[in-house]
Design a protein around this ligand. Structure first.
Ligand SMILES: [Zn+2]
Length: 140
């Protein structure tokens, strides 16, 4: 077979069929680095498995709770790495519902909460995890 030439300018009027292919858009920024547990360095999300969501301030319990007192201290965080569901994660835990909210923890060491599990979106607080760049694969 002779080499086929792909036109990158292929127009598709409908984009309802979203596949796992590379579909970069300006509003969509995927993680270019691995997202690791800040506590045990386990991989939580691999490169490209998560989409950045700017802003969207949420209140989330502190990762380290003070002893004594039944008030759960929270802090407001914004800037999230999002994934559709827990299967997008390399390793993640989901807590039991707390006031109707389920939180995400590290699947290995239970450090957390690192994010919030919602029905259609799991969000991970950028400030609760750490990023680690991986060497880019050699491609010619
Ligand atoms: Zn961990």
């Amino acid at each position: 077979m002779s080499s086929s030439i792909h036109s990158p300018d292929q127009t598709s009027s409908e984009s309802s069929n979203i596949t796992e292919g590379k579909c970069p858009s300006e509003s969509e920024r995927r993680n270019a680095e691995m997202i690791l547990c800040d506590h045990c360095n386990s991989i939580i999300l691999r490169v490209g498995d998560s989409i950045w969501m700017e802003g969207n301030e949420r209140e989330i319990p502190l990762a380290i709770q003070r002893e004594g007192g039944d008030l759960i201290e929270t802090e407001r965080l914004q800037g999230w790495w999002t994934a559709k569901d827990k299967f997008a994660f390399e390793s993640v835990g989901v807590t039991n519902s707390v006031d109707g909210i389920r939180y995400l923890t590290c699947g290995d060491c239970d450090f957390g909460p690192i994010g919030i599990a919602e029905d259609k979106l799991h969000i991970v607080a950028h400030s609760r995890v750490k990023m680690e760049s991986v060497p880019s694969p050699t491609n010619s």
